[in-house]
Write a protein that binds this ligand. Structure first.
Ligand code: CUA
Length: 186
């Protein structure tokens, strides 16, 4: 290799390096632009109010005591579901809700950060100890949906699965008449 060859090689390397630097800035710019567009276009906003819960007393008093978990039919015809996630299960393990009904899902964690995802819906939230996740859901038709934990929460994470059973509105009303808190845990 001669002196000139060496100089040409260096110039080519510098040019390629500059191209890669520009490309990576363009990619970052594109991603920021996409996030900004989606955020503004879909009016994505952080939750308007923050609700807290105390993981140390979750089982002892308040909204998330065991007897208060599950689905409940409210006076206005809507349904409220309360659930907790803990290593490595959801309580209740199986949630029963009616179709064609506005549902509010309220959930929190009793220990570490878990995730709650309902397959086939846009429900996908983190369950953070100390905070209450409050989400509106509506199911069009009866059916079953799996509900895995989607945040790595420890050694048993991959076994942390729940289920959502959507039943006919009339069938749910009949169940709700017999019991105040409903689940489909056998
Ligand atoms: Cu709980 Cu992963």
């Amino acid at each position: 290799m001669t002196e000139t060859d060496h100089g040409v090689g260096e110039a080519v390397a510098a040019r390629i390096e500059r191209r890669w630097a520009i490309l990576s800035i363009v990619i970052v710019g594109l991603l920021v632009g996409m996030a900004t567009f989606i955020g503004i276009h879909q009016a994505t906003m952080p939750q308007g109010r923050v609700e807290t819960s105390d993981p140390r007393t979750l089982h002892l008093s308040g909204e998330f005591v065991e007897s208060n978990l599950g689905s409940t039919l409210e006076a206005d015809g809507s349904v409220t579901v309360r659930a907790i996630g803990q290593q490595y299960s959801f309580t209740p393990q199986c949630i029963v809700v009616p179709a064609e009904t506005p549902i509010t899902l309220r959930a929190t964690s009793a220990d570490v950060v878990h995730g709650l995802l309902i397959e086939g819906t846009n429900i996908n939230t983190m369950l953070v100890p100390g905070y209450v996740a409050d989400l509106p859901i509506r199911f069009k038709a009866p059916g079953e949906h799996v509900m895995p934990c989607q945040e790595f929460c420890g050694i048993g994470h991959q076994g942390m699965w729940g289920k959502v059973k959507v039943v006919d509105k009339a069938a749910f009303a009949k169940l709700a008449a017999a019991r105040r808190r409903l689940t489909c845990v056998d």
